[in-house]
Design a protein around this ligand. Structure first.
Ligand code: SF4
Length: 274
């Protein structure tokens, strides 16, 4: 059967590696819908991923894409944007990749307002390597490295992104397909560092160990626990296992992106020197 999106996927890479019920495929579907909605020229679109289950996204998309080293998707994307500012550069990666080993790149790219859209699939664990705890793992959650329950406090990624300087920040779960798609569309339209968190089931590792049930039951859990609150304050955006999941478009504060500021400064310096 021909899928209308076949042209946006590398058919020679299909079937994909993701487990049944994994939320990553829904995020990819929303992203493809968003680029179609905006009519983006795919010859001017580049997607960069790091390592992990979500890191495989770049390899499946039929655009110029880069599957980079662990935690380094943002630096690769930064170099690409600076060398080719006319490109729309998107990072799609997981919570472990973006917020642990790549955490410093994340906050500094937001601080300097690099013109990147960063989409994080947050499934609260290092799934590809067997389900270890990561920077977003809920307190008390069981993972292979926290068999008695995690004692760490997790990052709230929307709070981290907004506090670091992002111009646009949203969070949805993969249950909210249309809202996630619309937020991706908004994020892709904003000049500067835009961030969308997509909370997604990992039934194979996180869901199973934390008794969230089958993939379908985990999706139902996200439906029941989510509360849409677009005007939520940043400090409200923490997540607890079994607690409410505040979702929404939380932050929209335009400011000029890094490459434009740098270009302006260069022009001024050249004008003074002339
Ligand atoms: S291990 Fe988890 S995140 Fe990775 S493909 Fe399977 S369900 Fe998805």
């Amino acid at each position: 059967m021909v899928n209308p999106r076949d042209n946006l996927l590398r058919q020679d890479r299909i079937p994909h590696i993701w487990c049944s019920g994994c939320g990553i495929g829904t995020v990819v579907g929303c992203f493809l819908s968003a680029i179609e909605d905006l009519g983006l020229d795919t010859d001017k679109l580049a997607v960069v991923s790091g390592i992990g289950c979500t890191g495989r996204v770049a390899g499946y998309l039929n655009v110029d894409s880069f599957h980079t080293t662990h935690g380094r998707a943002i630096p690769f994307a930064t170099g690409l944007k600076m060398a080719r500012p006319e490109l729309k550069v998107v990072v799609i990666s997981g919570d472990g990749d973006l917020a642990a080993i790549g955490g410093n790149h994340f906050i500094h790219a937001a601080r300097r307002n690099m013109d990147l859209t960063v989409i994080c699939v947050n499934n609260f664990n290092y799934a590809m390597t067997g389900g270890q705890s990561g920077p977003t793992t809920h307190r008390t959650a069981k993972t292979t490295t926290t068999p008695y329950g995690s004692v760490d406090y997790p990052f709230s990624l929307p709070m981290l992104a907004a506090a670091s300087g992002a111009v646009y920040v949203a969070r949805w779960t993969v249950f909210h397909v249309q809202r996630l798609r619309r937020s991706m569309r908004d994020a892709l339209s904003k000049p500067g560092f835009s961030f969308v968190e997509a909370i997604a089931p990992c039934p194979t590792n996180y869901g199973r160990r934390n008794k969230l049930g089958t993939a379908l039951e985990e999706m139902k859990y996200y439906k029941e626990k989510s509360v849409v609150k677009n005007d939520a304050k940043l400090e409200e955006l923490g997540l607890e296992l079994g607690g409410e999941i505040l979702c929404g478009n939380f932050w929209d504060r335009p400011r000029p992106p890094f490459h434009e500021v740098l270009l302006d400064q260069t022009r001024q310096v050249q004008a003074k020197a002339a």
